[in-house]
Write a protein that binds this ligand. Structure first.
Ligand code: NAD
Length: 420
């Protein structure tokens, strides 16, 4: 019998120690030894996951002297899951994430011939992890193309379940595609579809838009952020992207009327001086936003957008402060937060103890912040910053920086621990 009533596992053994994070009406209740399900990941996952655990365990010990600790519990997906359990995505992994409300994963390669477009997408869809959250800021010492990378401190909330990303499309010249084309022409009066066009559908709903914008505003409130910017292409796609903009403002001005003001209100009612405790909600067209993040990054804080815009903007913003190798992320909903390294499996470097564990470590820092262990989070970040500043870094950072000394993945993690 397991110690976790309600945890129904088919193939995995339950964790041997630790307690479950409980989600109640007041939010998360965090025990002193919370169970953290983790997926090692394919490719460089085998290198960076142990490095991440080493750093985080040391930071937690440093912060709480053994009074609190994370209880890592391995769950499986990807290559090792297929080998051990006959499926790249065992049901038990999904059960575990739902039950424990939290998890962290290394990168996963896309399985061939198992019916998944991508394992990462499968996790998001099956668990309805509707928000992809990416905080982006510069770490001192990281070579960055921006003139003032220190001005970047933004958190992107990208809607995860809709948009052209939903994968509703038909191949050019196929009979289903021609059927859709003929329906649009004959029944809907659409004139501008070429005979040989492939066709895709872009669903954007008020319900999905409102929940992502709601999450972004709540985050801004909890983290004392000054603005939330809705990013869209409403000028061209009036009903889908325009809908996103409209429903986003509705959430802000109806559900958060006591704390949100518009840019216009800021000028007319408050003469341009932002009142304490208020969040300015504004909107920008996506192409202009791609310029703004380079030219005026200090003016932006929390951003909310639909799926495809979020895809482009997350990577562009991460690149502006030194690249994807260090960008952390989490896919989440109101019950589950699933943290992840944002890069892929880098197969060329797999198993060589060479890859940069930074993205996964910073994702674990988000996890620590999520459970309220802010001291351990701060210790990890400042030790990592110090290590990078000193110029002893993994190959990907070393090759961009004069005078840097290249070290391997585990040595980099050890240096971070030494720097705590
Ligand atoms: P990738 O991120 O694996 O590699 C892109 C480049 O970045 C490569 O040059 C790689 O060597 C380098 N790189 C990536 N991570 C690094 C690290 N930690 N340290 C140093 N260098 C690093 O992207 P890709 O080559 O397009 O994809 C490879 C595989 O990863 C594919 O199977 C893809 O489906 C999968 N993938 C998974 C995720 C995920 O799990 N979230 C994301 C993207 C790609």
């Amino acid at each position: 019998m397991s110690f976790f009533p309600g945890l129904e596992l088919k193939q995995y053994l339950p964790p041997k120690r630790g307690d479950a994070i409980i989600l109640g009406k007041e939010g998360l209740s965090i025990p002193e030894e919370p169970i953290i399900p983790y997926i090692e990941g394919d490719g460089v996952g085998k290198d960076i996951t142990p490095a991440m655990k080493h750093v985080v365990d040391a930071a937690v010990y440093k912060a709480y002297g053994g009074k609190k600790r994370l209880i890592w519990w391995e769950i499986y997906a990807g290559e090792n899951a297929l080998e051990l359990f006959g499926s790249s995505l065992p049901e038990d992994s999904l059960t575990a994430l739902k039950f424990f409300h939290i998890g962290i994963k290394g990168p996963l390669s896309t399985p061939v011939g198992e019916g998944f477009r991508s394992l990462n997408v499968a996790f998001r869809q099956v668990l309805d992890l509707y928000a992809c959250v990416r905080p982006v800021r510069w770490l001192e010492g990281v070579p960055a193309p921006l003139k003032r990378p220190q001005d970047v401190d933004m958190v992107i909330f990208r809607e995860n379940t809709e948009d052209l990303y939903a994968g509703i499309e038909w191949e050019s010249g196929t009979s289903p595609c021609m059927k859709v084309r003929d329906f649009l022409r004959n029944e809907m009066g659409v004139r501008n579809i070429r005979d040989d066009a492939a066709i895709g559908i872009k669903p954007i709903s008020p319900s999905a838009t409102k929940r992502i914008v709601r999450m972004a505003i709540r985050y801004a409130l909890e983290h004392n952020r000054t603005s939330v910017t809705l990013v869209h292409k409403a000028n061209i796609m009036k009903f889908t992207e325009g809908g996103f903009r409209k429903w986003g403002y509705e959430v802000a001005l109806q559900e958060f009327a006591d704390v949100c003001i518009t840019e216009e209100q800021l000028t007319t009612d408050f003469l341009g001086v932002q009142p304490k405790g208020k969040i300015v909600v504004k909107d920008r067209i996506a192409d202009s936003m791609l310029q703004q993040i380079l030219l005026r990054p200090a003016e932006y804080s929390v951003l909310a957008m639909a799926n495809l815009n979020g895809d482009y903007l997350s990577d562009a913003l991460a690149a502006s402060v030194g690249g994807l190798g260090l960008a952390p992320g989490v896919n989440m909903n109101d019950e589950i937060a699933f943290f992840e390294a944002t890069h892929g499996t880098a197969p060329k470097h797999a198993g060589l103890d060479k890859a940069n564990p930074g993205s996964l470590i910073l994702s674990a820092v988000l996890l620590l912040e999520h459970i309220g262990w802010k001291e351990a989070a701060a210790i990890s970040v400042s030790a990592m910053e110090r290590t990078i500043r000193e110029g002893t870094v993994t190959y990907d950072l070393a090759r961009q920086r004069d005078g840097a000394k290249e070290i391997n993945c585990s040595a980099f993690a050890q240096l971070i621990v030494n720097n705590m």
